[in-house]
Ligand binder design. Structure first.
Ligand code: TRP
Length: 362
């Protein structure tokens, strides 16, 4: 079976390093690997509106930000289809039919929905659209017959729910949809990159992000004030690695070549960690190294972003072309879904003939 990727992001802000190590970097590798028949990358504006209904301008502004981030990390519109979710009405239509296959209690058990309800203080005032977004996400994935969804760990319950919907649909209406699997980062530090404050997740609402579009000065400020080991007070003190955000970031980003280039006293991260644990290695030295490592990754991204920023109409054109292509593919799947569900009345000559026969006999 051919392998197809679908993945996406909500346009609620610029993309940050958590997105980068959790999924973006992987997407570019997969795109360039040639191992996939098609790659769809979706700007999930309709999903973003499920909890931003009163702020459409924010979503509108961030569509271009996310598109610029995609293009600047190396997503190539010649190889990947970038599109905007809300412009594909077939996705909404699929969602409406899938809703019949999912129970309220199953949605309430979805761990991501559960934790987001807590995070946003929704309690019982949760919008129905937000509550049901896992179903809409199943539509996003299945409309493109995606086999593979590269995403961060937080998306695991969404993919599981999509798989259940596929199985249910296929068992009720016959084999139509494809069961997707999630492709998680293989490096543990990349599964869920903590914020610069050491909090569990890098998140815009917590204000603890390093953005892909940050200037070197922004990144410097953020890295130099990063959370480390609060008990590591003097340079001589032994330091802890676990829960030390600077080391988690190094786990996610640095390579042995980075040591040769920026910190040749050490050959690899394990050596640096050993010294830190023993004592005698100050936070500032480690932070300066991390700063170099991050800036080395971000520099080419900044350069490409600048180029695209000078040509915004081109970016909209890329989005429009991608959206037109995605529209056709989603329509094809919707036709198959409606045929399977027997709601294709006007396309079904057999139906019309059968009904005619039925009445002729009388
Ligand atoms: N829920 C994803 C996020 O918050 C965005 C998204 C929407 C998505 N539909 C998707 C991701 C389909 C993967 C596949 O970032």
């Amino acid at each position: 079976m051919s392998k197809i990727i679908l993945t996406g992001d909500r346009p609620t802000g610029r993309l940050h390093l958590g997105h980068f190590v959790g999924s973006l970097r992987r997407r570019v590798e997969l795109q360039n690997s040639g191992g996939f028949e098609k790659i769809y990358i979706m700007i999930a504006d309709a999903q973003a509106l499920t909890d931003n209904a009163d702020n459409p301008e924010k979503i509108r502004q961030n569509i271009i930000e996310v598109a610029l981030d995609y293009l600047s990390v190396g997503i190539d519109p010649e190889k990947s289809v970038i599109f905007i979710q809300s412009q594909i009405p077939q996705l909404t239509e699929l969602t409406f039919y899938y809703m019949n296959l999912v129970t309220v209690s199953r949605l309430q058990r979805n761990p991501t929905v559960k934790s987001e309800i807590l995070l946003r203080n929704f309690e019982t005032s949760i919008p129905v659209g937000f509550f049901t977004y896992p179903i809409s996400q199943a539509s996003d994935i299945t409309a493109f017959k995606a086999t593979t969804v590269p995403a961060g760990e937080d998306q695991e319950p969404m993919i599981e729910q999509a798989r259940e919907i596929v199985r249910k649909f296929n068992s009720v209406y016959g084999d139509t949809l494809v069961e997707p699997s999630i492709l998680l980062p293989d490096n543990k530090a990349c599964l869920r990159l903590p914020g610069t404050d050491g909090k569990a997740k890098m998140s815009k609402s917590l204000g603890n992000c390093i953005y892909l579009a940050d200037t070197p000065e922004d990144v410097k400020k953020k890295v130099m004030s990063m959370y480390t080991d609060p008990d590591h007070i003097r340079v001589e003190d032994p330091g802890k690695i676990e829960g030390n955000t600077v080391f988690t970031y190094l786990d996610a980003f640095c390579t042995d070549e980075d040591f040769a280039e920026f910190l040749p006293d050490y050959s690899c991260l394990d050596e640096l960690k050993e010294h830190y644990k023993k004592g005698g290695l100050g936070d500032v030295k480690v932070k300066k190294f991390l700063l170099n490592v991050i800036n080395k990754q971000l520099e080419p991204i900044r350069v490409r972003r600048k180029e695209y920023e000078q040509n915004i109409p081109l970016v909209y054109d890329i989005l429009k072309k991608g959206t037109q292509e995605a529209y056709q593919v989603a329509q094809q799947t919707l036709d198959e879904v409606k045929a399977a569900m027997k709601i294709n009345y006007f396309d079904d000559q057999e139906l019309i003939k059968g009904q005619s026969e039925k009445y002729k006999e009388k």
